[in-house]
Design a protein around this ligand. Structure first.
Ligand SMILES: *Cc1c(COP(=O)(O)O)cnc(C)c1O
Length: 217
C-alpha cells in the first residue's frame, strides 16, 4: 500500500468525520527491514512507533542523527527495568498499563528532569492475556497518573482480534471524555478509518504502510 495511500485514506476519513487535520499517523516500524523504514523517512514522514525498547535503541539513534524532527512512540509493554532507557529514547509512551509502571515513570521523571507524554492503556475487551487496566478501573488509573503528575495525553486500546473494533473505540472515547482527556490512541492497519470516525487522535499503522512483517501474516 504505502505511505501516500494511507495519508489519503486518513484525509478522507477525517473529512467524512468532520475532523480534518486532527489525526497523527504513527508509522509502526517494528521488525521492518531498514530499507523500508528509510524509504518512508525519505518521503518525509517523521512519526514512528516501536514495540520494544531494545530494538528501538538499536535502530533509532542513527536515524535520529540522519533525519531531523523524528518523533518516536513506544507502543509495546514496558518493564520497570526498561523505564529509564525508554524515557530517554521515546517522546511518547502509549503503553502505560498498570499503576506500578506509572509510579516507576514518575520517579524516573524526577531523576531525569523530563517526562515523555503518556497514554494509559485500557483493556477494553477484558482479555486475560492483554495489557491495560479494565474499563472499570480506568477512572481511578487516570486519577492516580494525574496525582503522580504524569503528562497524560489520553487513553490507548488494542481491541480483541475477533470482535468489531468500533464498540471498543466508542468505549475508549467515552472513558476519555468523562475524564477530560483529548487523546485517543486507537486504530491499526485494518481499522484506522473506523477509529478516526470515533475520535482517534493517533492511529498506529504498520503493515499497511511497510508491508507484512517477517514472521506474521
Ligand atoms: C504492531 C502494532 C500496531 C500496528 O499493527 P498493523 O496491523 O501492522 O498496523 C499497532 N499498535 C500496536 C500496539 C502494535 O503492536
Amino acid at each position: 500500500m504505502g505511505l501516500s495511500e494511507i495519508n489519503e485514506r486518513i484525509a478522507k476519513a477525517e473529512q467524512d468525520a468532520g475532523r480534518v487535520g486532527q489525526t497523527t499517523l504513527i508509522a509502526v516500524s517494528k521488525v521492518q527491514p531498514a530499507e523500508r523504514v528509510e524509504a518512508v523517512l525519505q518521503e518525509g514522514h517523521r512519526v514512528f512507533g516501536e514495540n520494544r525498547v531494545q530494538e528501538a535503541q538499536d535502530k533509532w539513534p542513527a536515524w535520529r542523527e540522519a533525519y531531523d524532527g523524528v518523533e518516536l512512540h513506544l507502543l509495546g509493554p514496558l518493564q520497570t527495568n526498561k523505564a529509564r532507557p525508554a524515557m530517554e529514547l521515546f517522546d511518547v509512551i502509549h503503553s502505560v498499563d498498570r499503576p506500578k509502571i506509572a509510579r516507576r515513570i514518575a520517579s524516573m521523571a524526577q531523576e531525569l528532569g523530563r517526562c515523555p507524554g503518556v497514554f494509559l492503556q485500557v483493556n477494553t475487551g477484558e482479555e486475560p492475556q492483554k495489557a491495560g487496566v479494565l474499563p472499570s478501573e480506568a477512572d481511578a488509573f487516570v486519577a492516580e497518573a494525574r496525582a503522580l503528575e504524569l503528562p497524560v495525553l489520553g487513553l490507548m486500546c488494542i481491541p480483541p482480534v475477533d470482535e468489531h473494533p468500533s464498540m471498543h473505540f466508542a468505549l475508549l472515547a467515552k472513558l476519555a471524555a468523562r475524564n477530560g482527556l483529548e487523546g485517543l490512541s486507537m486504530g491499526m492497519s485494518s481499522d484506522f478509518e473506523q477509529a478516526i470516525a470515533l475520535g482517534a487522535t493517533h492511529v498506529r499503522v504498520g503493515s499497511a504502510i511497510f508491508g507484512a512483517r517477517a514472521g506474521t501474516a
